[in-house]
Design a binder for this molecule. Structure first.
Ligand SMILES: *Cc1c(COP(=O)(O)O)cnc(C)c1O
Length: 417
């Protein structure tokens, strides 16, 4: 692959110190693998579950059994797991619109939510937003040190507060990602003020990183995308909402129609990939985590600022590296692209993108378009020249991608070892 042997050796050099951490990641993956198998066994998954279902989708056995599997896995009363859910934003939007009514208020006690939710909530003016339906929004930012502003949260919970949204992953912000334990503390605090407030967790990028999920520490709903962690790289589309039966039912009426809810929505021929992807997900997440930690340690050793840093605990799969100039961001992304199994011959270029206020360069050579559980990177071309990357279906591929990124930087004369 024409990788400079010096670069490869430099990267290999960080691995001995990571042995213990990788062993811990493998141990979590093993635990979660057993959890998935147990949920499939307990719900009697069988070959009929993989059959094609068309039309209305009444009594779609594969779909209904998969929802039971998700409910067992997340330890919730019910689940909605559908190819009709287009993406993570759609899953979150469905959960919100399904459970909020005019006059209600939505609260985010962990600061600004993921960018795409700005239009859903109406923080950014948008047609069809919650704001247009008379649903108000309040936000309490985290304190400067990343801790919860308990006083601010207490003051923000009023009679109108119906639903609290808690984003587990930092996404592409600089705040810390929340551990399941911290989410549990926050939910306990909120329920202590008003027990009837619905607590929803945006679980994107967090699934299977720990042994427990937020639904085990009091969340009424956990919501995510199947082209991230739980799809295991095989699900070609989809999202999930797991939680309290009444919350899931409300979301289902929003996804399809009032009255029909979960009863309709044929699964077509995606069920095998949903089951098999879920089966692979714990080890896929482990691979992505190892890649992120590997990269953090290499780039940290080279003197770059990395978030999270090389040694801290991980609660999601995203890694940011501050590369300090445009040329490095471009070279890094080209290195990731060059290591992909698909589209490796393509040279990514920075380009204007909808929703961004600057050019962005994106690297992805994925089997599923846009899948960010597969090794992928993007760099907004602006200060401080961060590159964000995540994923890797196998550790060997993740590792190759990181080595290739450094190889491109070194060959372009932008980094010296
Ligand atoms: C990816 C993501 C979303 C949105 O998911 P899409 O599938 O891109 O619509 C929402 N929240 C978080 C934290 C995410 O990482």
């Amino acid at each position: 692959m024409k990788i400079d042997p010096g670069v490869a050796a430099y990267c290999e050099g960080v691995l001995p110190d990571l042995k213990e951490r990788f062993a811990k990641i493998d141990e979590i993956a093993e635990y979660n693998q057993l959890k998935v198998i147990k949920a499939m066994q307990d719900n009697r998954v069988n070959a009929d579950c993989f059959h094609y279902a068309s039309g209305y989708g009444y009594d779609d056995v594969g779909r209904d059994t998969l929802e039971k599997v998700y409910a067992s896995l997340f330890k919730t009363e019910d689940a909605l797991v559908r190819p009709l859910i287009a993406c993570g934003t759609h899953a979150l939007s469905t959960a919100l619109f399904g459970n909020l009514r005019p006059g209600d208020e939505l609260l985010s006690p962990v600061g600004k939510p993921y960018d795409t939710l700005a239009s859903v909530i109406g923080i950014k003016e948008a047609k069809g937003s919650l704001a247009e339906y008379g649903i108000s929004y309040r936000q309490v930012d985290l304190k400067a040190d990343g801790s919860f502003d308990y006083e601010g949260i207490k003051a923000a919970i009023t009679k109108k507060t119906k639903l609290v949204t808690i984003q587990r992953s930092k996404g592409y912000q600089t705040r810390p990602t929340l551990s399941v334990a911290r989410i549990g503390e926050l939910i306990a605090f909120i329920k202590g003020i008003r027990e009837d407030v619905i607590c929803m967790v945006d679980n994107c990028y967090g699934e299977f990183v720990e042994k427990t999920e937020p639904s085990e520490v009091g969340a009424d709903m956990v919501v995510g995308s199947l082209i991230k962690n739980p799809g295991g790289g095989l699900a070609p589309i989809g999202g999930y909402i797991c939680g309290r039966a009444d919350c899931v039912e409300n979301a289902a009426y929003r996804l399809t129609t009032p009255g029909l809810g979960k009863e309709v929505g044929a699964s077509l021929d995606v069920m095998r990939s949903f089951y098999q992807g879920l089966f692979f997900a714990p080890t896929v997440v482990a691979s992505a985590l190892k890649g992120a930690i590997f990269a953090a340690n290499i780039y940290e050793k080279l003197g770059f600022s990395v978030v999270p840093n090389g040694s801290e605990e991980r609660y999601d799969i995203i890694q940011a590296v501050t590369l300090e100039n445009k040329e490095r961001v471009i070279a890094f992304c080209r290195g990731i692209q060059a290591a992909a199994p698909v589209d490796a011959y393509v040279t990514p270029e920075p380009w204007p993108m909808p929703g961004y206020d600057c050019d962005v360069i994106m690297a992805a050579g994925a089997f599923i378009q846009g899948s960010s559980i597969e090794l992928s990177a993007d760099g907004p071309i602006k200060e401080p020249y961060n590159v964000y990357f995540q994923g890797g279906l196998t550790w060997a591929h993740s590792k190759l991608g990181i080595i290739s990124s450094l190889d491109h930087l070194v060959k372009a004369g932008l980094v010296t070892l």
